[in-house]
Design a protein around this ligand. Structure first.
Ligand code: MG
Length: 313
């Protein structure tokens, strides 16, 4: 199996489990913001997960949902949105009119993150904004788990999908970060397109079994995912066969057999999104390579308590 430096940065080892900041550090700072990314990196959680969607004027921007998420987007009057326009229908300039530094505490989504800071003046970053920050010397340990959000409305539009992948890869290459980036998605066909366009950049395969309930406030990107019904135990082999370097299963789907098989195949196993202390402990017991969390500090603390490191000595 081919090895990639970017994938190896996510690999654990003896007494070593990596910490990946999910959407920066969503538990404590507004998600998918430069502030969240800088915070995560400054705490030694050098591995960043974030989500990329393309605007109407073909700018890859960092935001989770295909529609502006009402509980986290405020208009020019400071009011949370009551409708959710699509990112694909707005230009980057139009998206810049919204603030994203607060979360609506009256929403079910807001209630999930009671500790998130409320900050004014934060706007949606471009992918290129994060890239130009990460290339700075103080962030040389940073590696990126770049999730491309696949739009169900364009699921069969090969031209759109090819352009989305091309625009994302162009930004990565322009920054010179192709050796420090993973291309990550629930959409395995899109990952195949990534591998066609950039065989030198490792692909990271997200999975979630249908039995496990959706989390509140997420959107439909994972609807474009293969159906694993009846073949759950074969997923690591399927990821390897598809050319994956990394497998990223949902925390409730992980078994010790799955982790062992993935390791036999040479895959890196990074589990999402692990926030509760008992779940973090279970991941430590399972010897996963990396833990993706909204609370990277909490994961560091559990690792520390168990005598684990999260960076190579
Ligand atoms: Mg994501």
């Amino acid at each position: 199996m081919k090895t990639f430096p970017a994938a190896e940065a996510f690999r654990g080892g003896d007494g070593l489990i990596r910490v990946v900041g999910h959407r920066g550090a969503r538990g404590v700072l507004p998600e998918n913001t430069m502030l969240g990314f800088e915070y995560a990196m400054s705490t030694g959680a050098h591995l960043l997960e974030f989500d990329v969607v393309m605007t109407a004027d073909s700018v890859p921007v960092i935001t989770h949902n295909h529609r502006l998420h009402a509980p986290t987007y405020r208009d020019e009057n400071g009011c949370f949105l009551t409708s959710e326009p699509k990112v694909a229908d707005l230009t980057f300039e139009q998206i810049q009119t919204y603030e994203i530094g607060r979360i609506d505490g009256t929403s079910a989504y807001g209630r999930r993150f009671p500790d998130q800071s409320q900050i004014d003046g934060l706007r949606v970053p471009r992918l290129s904004d994060l890239m130009s920050r990460v290339v700075q010397p103080q962030y040389q340990a940073a590696h990126l788990m770049l999730e491309i959000k696949s739009d169900p409305d364009f699921a069969f539009d090969a031209g759109y999908r090819s352009k989305l992948v091309a625009e994302v890869i162009a930004v990565v290459r322009e920054a010179g970060l192709d050796q420090r980036t993973l291309l990550h998605s629930f959409d395995w066909n899109l990952l195949a397109e990534c591998q066609r366009q950039a065989p030198d950049i490792p692909a990271s395969f997200l999975t979630q079994l249908p039995d496990n309930a959706d989390e509140v406030g997420e959107d439909s990107a994972k609807s474009i995912s293969p159906d694993f019904s009846g073949i759950e135990t074969q997923i690591p082999d399927l990821v390897a066969k598809a050319g994956g370097a990394l497998w990223c299963p949902y925390l409730d789907d992980v078994t010790s057999q799955g982790v062992s098989r993935a390791h036999e195949l040479g895959l890196v196993v990074a589990v999402w999104t692990v926030n509760e202390p008992e779940d973090i402990d279970r991941m430590i017991d399972l010897c996963v390579d990396a833990i993706v969390s909204d609370y990277p500090g909490r994961v560091q603390r559990r690792l520390s308590d168990h005598g684990f490191q999260w960076v190579s000595p």
